[in-house]
Design a protein around this ligand. Structure first.
Ligand code: FAD
Length: 379
């Protein structure tokens, strides 16, 4: 067993750590306040070749492994959760299904712009009445003279305002009395397609979360992603990979909050001593360091299994569940260590705590992760 990162992984960590400090951290409080999407940051990430990181070089990617992807998400999220989720969704929800299930022609047409950062990647699964129960999809795609005619609504979709194309799931028929769900690639500028960006969120303010309205949207039958009726299976596979991204985000946000809390505890004096001299504070910081380390190892293990081509669904669910709940706890303790200042926006940790909450909800809630783990242990 070897716990060392490779030279390439260490180089990526250093590159992205510096990028995050220099390009992402400045303005993070302001972006949280103004809810402004950081387009310039994603242009710069494209310029340094990170927007297609794990995808094959022939499509403009960098051919890197999943651990490297987790490292990038972690380092971006350490300073800005919104940048972390945008990047994670771009790769694991936007690019990954095209890479896994797309035809050669679809990869040329839709994956290359994602790898080059000309379009952000997005994935439209959730609907107003189909969240955890994603099979409850109501959106329909009726085949008519070689075209799908799509009608329905999607909600809470990350990145769609900046995506040229988006894969969505829809009912394409019925098989043995069961809904047949397929994934279809839809250009966001298609007639009848509206992308609405007006949610008022708790956190992740400078990430893009949208509603999709599809009214008689027509796309060629060739836009079917993979086989007809495989959409449900495809999104389960896609979400397995996405959960590694959410786990990595959680590790990054928690690491950022822990570093702020440690620095503050050393500098803040009460009762004639720095806070870090009190055992109650030392133990909080020790627990934070311990849990972050454990979550990071879980994320890397799930990523490693994926890279080995081995089953990783259980480990992805475990790392997502543990890391997101750990992140909520660590960010809350970071606010606690800052006392009243922690409740103020300038000290960053309250933003991190708000951003952390999404991690227990998106890409399968904590309850759903426990259901996946229960099934995988034979319950
Ligand atoms: C900021 C943000 C970004 C998102 N990005 C995307 C995206 O890019 N693409 C996309 O498709 N979706 C996206 N989502 C949607 C997200 O994946 C869903 O919100 C999530 O899966 C939960 O679905 P729901 O909101 O409908 O909650 P519900 O499914 O209604 O769940 C409500 C509560 O009931 C619990 N619950 C539900 N079923 C069970 C059960 N069987 N047993 C026990 N408890 C249960 C849940 O755990 C939860 O606590 C995003 C959401 C947010 C908030």
């Amino acid at each position: 067993m070897n716990f060392d990162l490779t030279t390439e992984q260490l180089m990526i960590r250093k590159l992205v750590h510096e990028f995050a400090e220099e390009e992402v951290a400045p303005g993070v409080v302001e972006r949280d306040r103004t809810k402004q999407f950081p387009r310039d940051i994603f242009q710069k990430l494209a310029d340094i070749g990170l927007m297609g990181l794990p995808f094959p070089e022939k499509y403009g990617g960098a051919g890197a492994d999943t651990i490297s992807f987790a490292i990038v998400v972690e380092e971006l999220s350490r300073v800005c959760g919104s940048t972390g989720i945008t990047y994670s969704a771009h790769i694991s929800l936007g690019g990954a299904p095209l890479n896994l299930f797309g035809s050669e022609e679809q990869k040329q047409r839709y994956l290359i712009p994602i790898c080059l950062g000309e379009s952000l990647g997005a994935f439209g699964l959730t609907e107003p009445n189909a969240g955890s129960d994603a099979g409850g999809t109501k959106t329909t795609a009726q085949l008519n003279n070689g075209e799908f005619v799509i009608n329905g609504n999607k909600c809470f979709i990350t990145n769609a305002s900046y995506a040229k194309y988006i894969a969505i799931t829809a009912i394409t028929g019925e098989k043995a009395g069961k809904k047949e769900i397929s994934a279809i690639i839809v250009p966001t500028n298609a007639k009848g397609f509206t992308v609405r960006n007006d949610y008022e969120k708790m956190g992740l303010h400078s990430s893009n979360t949208t509603e999709l309205i599809l009214e008689d949207v027509k796309v060629p039958q060739d836009n079917l992603l993979g086989q007809q009726g495989e959409g449900f299976k495809q999104f389960l596979i896609t979400l397995d990979g996405g959960r590694i991204g959410i786990g990595a985000m959680a590790v990054g946000i928690a690491q950022g909050a822990y570093e702020k809390a440690l620095a503050y505890a050393k500098q803040r004096q009460q009762f004639g001593k720095s806070l870090s001299a009190f055992q109650a504070i030392q133990f909080k910081l020790a627990d934070m360091a311990l849990k972050i380390e454990l979550a990071r190892n879980m994320v890397y293990k799930a990523a490693w299994l994926k890279d080995q081509g081995r089953p990783f669904s259980k480990e992805a669910a475990m790392c997502k569940l543990y890391a997101s709940e750990m992140c909520m706890e660590v960010t809350s303790q970071a606010v606690q260590i800052h006392g009243g200042y922690g409740y103020m926006k300038d000290y960053h940790v309250e933003r991190m705590m708000r951003d952390a909450k999404l991690l227990e909800i998106g890409e399968g809630t904590s309850e759903i992760q426990r259901m996946i783990i229960s099934r995988s242990i034979g319950c």
